[in-house]
Ligand binder design. Sequence first.
Ligand code: SAM
Ligand code: SF4
Length: 329
Amino acid sequence: MAEVDYLRISLIDRCNFNCLYCMPEGAELDYILKQNLLSNSELLTLIQEVFIPVGFQRFRLTGGEPLMRPNLVQLVREISLLPETRDLSLTTNGFLLAPLAQDLYDAGLRRINISLDSLDPDTFDFIIGKRGRSRWPDVWQGIQTAHRVGFDPLKLNVVVIPGVNDAEVLDLAALTIDRRWHVRFIEFMPVGNGELFSERGWIPSEELRQSIRNRWGLEESQILGAGPADVFKIPGALGTLGFISQMSECFCDRCNRMRLSADGWLRPCLLNEIGQLDLKTALRAGVPLAHLREKVKQLLEIKPEINFKQRSTGTGGGNYTRTMSQIGG
Ligand code: SAM
Ligand code: SF4
């Protein structure tokens, strides 16, 4: 069983996009009230006094859209300055990134994942559920700026949806040939998007790999912070291709992470709600930090059993009440 040392921290559940696989238009989401969000100082207390002492050393900031979080740069600086922080990264849709990239880098962030589901502005806008002026140029500029500023590795996340962007897989893969970018194809999951998932289904990573193999060949590779991705590269390419296959493979035995929602719920497994801890309420009620550490430690001990519970709820077609934007994807 993998050592659990990686915490994905959702900074906000709101987002400036409505991706059809994550926040379907018309979905009535109950957003967290501002007073219920963990403040920066509460978050730092939890990281320093609870998570680090029980063994967490790697942190990813996500959301919702983390760049919408006020005082993000300050928070990044504080987490990256903690001597125990071994790795700090961020996942963003990139829309607000261009003007923030340098400040985030200077604050100590080195690794960034940017979602880019299409190279075609019309398809992109359709996926993110936004009409009017295209958001694609801002995102593309955010990616270019992150590259210029020096983020490395720079990863681009693509959720492949049959009949929407699957025809672009080769074009997206080609981005890695002469750039040190890392494109990661994520199998579409039925999390908070039941109807779309039943209509469209999902494409197994192996099918994508086969079409890339047929075009250029494919060899196994490696990259820092690969997590659950299987990493390959086109022979001679500067960047890599990652495949996150949570639908076609079970990697629960390799799971090294927990998730903290923006309102302070610690969730041991993405695919079920067993064992969650309400750390914000406990913290605000003055529960001693030693007690919280003990609770998290106990959760770490039972996590291996919780992971495998996903089998009974069914990754093959089950649906989940919370969206990825609410859980902290
Ligand atoms: N807003 C940021 C972004 O889009 O990168 C961060 C949060 S988003 C929830 C994190 C990741 O979850 C994204 O890479 C997104 O593509 C992925 N995601 C969201 N819903 C998904 C789904 N139903 N299936 C697979 N991946 C999903
Ligand atoms: Fe927002 Fe990210 Fe979800 Fe898209 S995937 S709606 S950008 S949180």
